[in-house]
Design a binder for this molecule. Sequence first.
Ligand code: FMN
Length: 219
Amino acid sequence: MDTLQAIRERHSVRAYTEQKIEEDKRAVLEKLVNEINAESGLHMQIHFDDPEGFDSRLAHYGRFENVNNYIVLAGKKDEDIEEKCGYYGEKLVLEAQKLGLNTCWVASTFNKSVVKKLLPPEEKLCVVISLGYGQTQGVQHKGKSLEHVVASKGNMPDWFRAGAEAALLAPTAINQQKFKMGIKDGEPVIKVSGIGVLTKVDLGIVKYHFEVASGRKVQ
Ligand SMILES: Cc1cc2nc3c(=O)[nH]c(=O)nc-3n(C[C@H](O)[C@H](O)[C@H](O)COP(=O)(O)O)c2cc1C
């Protein structure tokens, strides 16, 4: 499966089976986490066979079931941290999808006190991602139309249309899709549009989808 196909097939999955993640798949994900931490300066961690992170009434209330593996997105507090967590977290999400695993981004419905203990006090906990074999493959979210999120008028170049379509498939907090895309001086621009929650994390996720599908770097 290539990354574009993973973008099309990924949907949030909150209920998992008891099937353990195989050693070879763990190794692939751990290697990617190490590469991401080296490149980004983030402190991303992956925890296998550790149900405590989602052992809370809140997680149950949030319809999370059998979450035995999760990824912690955290790092030194700086102004880019949320966007970086979104960008690199989605890279990991799509790699997991390619390995036949399922995921869900989670900002609130996990056990925060357990997860916070995994981090040094000076680091900011951004979001976590649940990981495992889903009981289902999830469902496609309903979303905004291309016209709704594209600021530039007129004909779209093929690369831009491909990027924008992939951006619309990106997960966003409460499916808010608070972003607008356009072209300035021949280059793609994506910005947060309006007020929402975790819009900077969403922006990083959306930019990653756009880049994969368009082959263009977004500033
Ligand atoms: C930054 C972020 C935070 C999220 N937090 C939660 C959460 O706390 N609980 C939850 O059930 N889903 C959470 N989600 C999942 C979104 O609800 C989901 O991505 C959105 O509805 C789109 O659906 P899809 O992922 O299936 O495309 C979060 C998603 C993102 C990107």
